[in-house]
Design a protein around this ligand. Structure first.
Ligand code: SAM
Length: 171
């Protein structure tokens, strides 16, 4: 895996886009996606369920907890009902900072994850472990004196541990 843009190297966002039938992937991504499906066929259903979970979580936070600010780390390629769409349906003034380490994800996000006029979306290419940078940049968009929900959906398994084999796909 690489955090730079190289279509010859599979990347989580594009592999993940392939499973539920998205269109933003290259041959290397499709090959890895197919290998994972062979070992764990349930991964396709899991990807769909995860997107539905994202919608439920943001809806709950926005409607029931009054949260109006979100940092979505490990954003993934744009898909229907992305975080700001769900949040701004509850309140058009909601503000979202999207963070991903994949430059392709960020360029798609800038083009497609567009805020309501009243609210705001910002886009940050960063590694989730670079928390100082994320906090510094998110502060330009969010009011840290008000509640902020931090979403880390289907991204933590991509952080290597001391026992992770190089190039292996998270389990
Ligand atoms: C499986 S996708 C999940 C997308 C979305 N959160 C969802 O649940 O539908 C994982 C995303 O995390 C991003 N990612 C992986 N490692 C990351 C890291 N160290 N820092 C920031 N983003 C990372 C990938 O580029 C990819 O877009």
């Amino acid at each position: 895996m690489s955090s730079g843009f190289d279509p010859g190297v599979a990347h989580p966002a594009r592999v993940y886009n392939f499973w539920p039938g998205g269109k933003d992937h290259y041959r290397a991504d499709r090959e890895v996606a197919a290998q994972v499906i062979k070992q764990r066929p349930e991964v396709v259903g899991t990807a769909v369920a995860n997107r539905q979970f994202l919608g439920r979580v943001v809806r709950y936070l926005a409607r029931c907890c009054g949260i109006r600010q979100f940092v979505d780390i490990g954003t993934g390629l744009p898909a229907p009902d992305h975080t700001h769409e769900v949040a701004q349906r509850a309140d058009v003034w909601s503000r979202v900072v999207y963070v991903d380490n994949d430059p392709l994800v960020m360029s798609h996000a800038r083009a497609l994850l567009v805020s309501s006029d009243e609210g705001c979306c910002d886009y940050l290419q960063a590694d989730l472990r670079d928390t100082g940078n994320i906090l510094r940049e998110a502060r330009r968009t969010l009011d840290f004196g008000q509640p902020v929900a931090v979403l880390l959906l289907a991204v933590l398994p991509f952080i290597p541990t001391p026992t992770t084999r190089p190039g292996s796909w998270p389990r």
